[in-house]
Design a protein around this ligand. Structure first.
Ligand SMILES: Nc1ncnc2c1ncn2[C@@H]1O[C@H](COP(=O)(O)OP(=O)(O)OP(=O)(O)O)[C@@H](O)[C@H]1O
Ligand SMILES: [Mg+2]
Length: 360
């Protein structure tokens, strides 16, 4: 198991100083608007995520008009062992750098211990994933898949790096041989992304139909404009190396790669109505998002990943009568979970099981 034992914030967002000792798996942060609840979840998310739950720049988290250093300090417990984590935000040459220490150690090797630790979050802003088009859905899936599978993240990052390199080579209009090699490597990363996406979607659909019967039944599918269904590795390589070649001229003009992981679209269907999430009502869209997040959480549990769950403003996603059902599911999953809300009454059904942090 992975859990937070202690969290200290110094000059982080609106918090000058905050010190929390946590003695429970369920933590409810309660307080009025703008008191700093979401900021606490954001600080936690930054322990394993580069940009955190608000996807902010490092400079944004530094408390305005403060001269002291901004620090997130935490004791985490991972499989019965305590680790001290310190994240310092330092301004150098007008740029803010995030420095990460694990047990006072900076080496990347020591960070590897956190490779299969992650934070899974749901925030009110994430509702737009349901209605703001394909690219946001893809971005969400890529993030969740990267969280779940470190290799997926590496393949995505490598592809992106090579894409930039390809554009430079195209612009220079020489080194054709190197371009061939690069495009072949890009195809290789694309193949891993392609396979991983389909395998995980299969597992998620399985979890949705077997483990989450109390929640809205949804189906996840992947669509694209290419005829790739059941394509094997050899034909995939043939297809994409040809595509890269075809697009060289266009991509030189566009100064971007028109071939890449963006060819896939993730489609979410409400199984009760057989309608695509874009056509669902706001309430249905919230339910789809809850089913989806829960399926990802259970997937992480099946892989023995170490996850901590962060639900910001849970009341904005789950209505009163479904809250108990939701809390029961979370309890069953058995991961440390942090909730925020403006009203303590919201958490009445878990009052005896939760640790409350009341901010005022
Ligand atoms: N860098 C910063 N320096 C100082 N204050 C900041 C900084 N960034 C954000 N804030 C402020 O911190 C306050 C707390 O924000 P936060 O989102 O954590 O509140 P919240 O308790 O979640 O509120 P709500 O219930 O409205 O969601 C806000 O007033 C916000 O404007
Ligand atoms: Mg908030």
């Amino acid at each position: 198991m992975f859990f937070i034992k202690d969290l200290k914030l110094q000059n982080f967002r609106s918090h000058s100083f905050l010190d929390l000792q946590i003695v429970n798996d369920i933590v409810c942060i309660v307080g009025p608007n703008s008191i700093g609840k979401t900021s606490i979840l954001e600080a936690l998310s930054l322990i394993t995520d580069k940009k955190g739950l608000k996807a902010s720049d490092a400079s944004d988290v530094i408390k305005k008009n403060s001269k002291e250093k901004t620090i997130i300090s935490s004791i985490i417990n991972l499989e019965n062992k305590d680790f001290k984590i310190d994240i310092f935000f330092e301004t150098k040459y007008l740029q803010v750098k995030k420095n990460f220490l694990l047990d006072n150690n900076k080496s990347p090797k020591s960070m590897k211990q956190l490779n299969n630790c992650n934070f899974i979050w749901l925030t009110p802003q994430m509702d737009k994933i349901m209605y703001e088009g394909n690219s946001l859905k893809r971005k969400f899936f890529d993030k969740m898949l990267s969280n779940y599978d470190h290799n997926y993240k590496i393949n995505l990052n490598e592809f992106k790096k090579m894409s930039d390199e390809r554009i430079i080579l195209l612009k220079d209009n020489k080194e054709k041989k190197w371009l061939d090699i690069l495009e072949e490597k890009m195809t290789e990363h694309l193949w891993h992304i392609y396979v991983c996406r389909r395998n995980i979607i299969k597992e998620l659909n399985n979890i949705l139909s077997k483990n989450l019967l109390n929640f809205l039944q949804i189906l996840i599918t992947i669509e694209n404009n290419y005829d790739l269904e059941d394509i094997d590795k050899k034909n995939f390589y043939y297809f994409f190396t040809k595509k890269f070649l075809e697009k060289r001229e266009l991509d030189t003009i566009l100064k971007r790669n028109s071939v890449g992981p963006q060819f896939d679209n993730f489609i979410l269907t409400n199984r009760e109505t057989n309608l695509n999430s874009d056509l669902c009502s706001t309430g249905e869209q919230k339910k789809i998002l809850i089913s989806l997040i829960l399926s990802f959480i259970i997937l992480n549990k099946h892989k023995n990943n170490h996850s901590i769950l962060l639900f910001d403003e849970i009341a904005s996603h789950v209505d009163g009568k479904n809250l108990e059902l939701f809390f029961n599911e979370i309890k069953k999953i058995g991961m440390q979970t942090w909730f925020t809300g403006t009203d303590k009454k919201l958490f009445q059904v878990i009052e005896n099981k939760a640790f409350f942090v009341e901010l005022y």
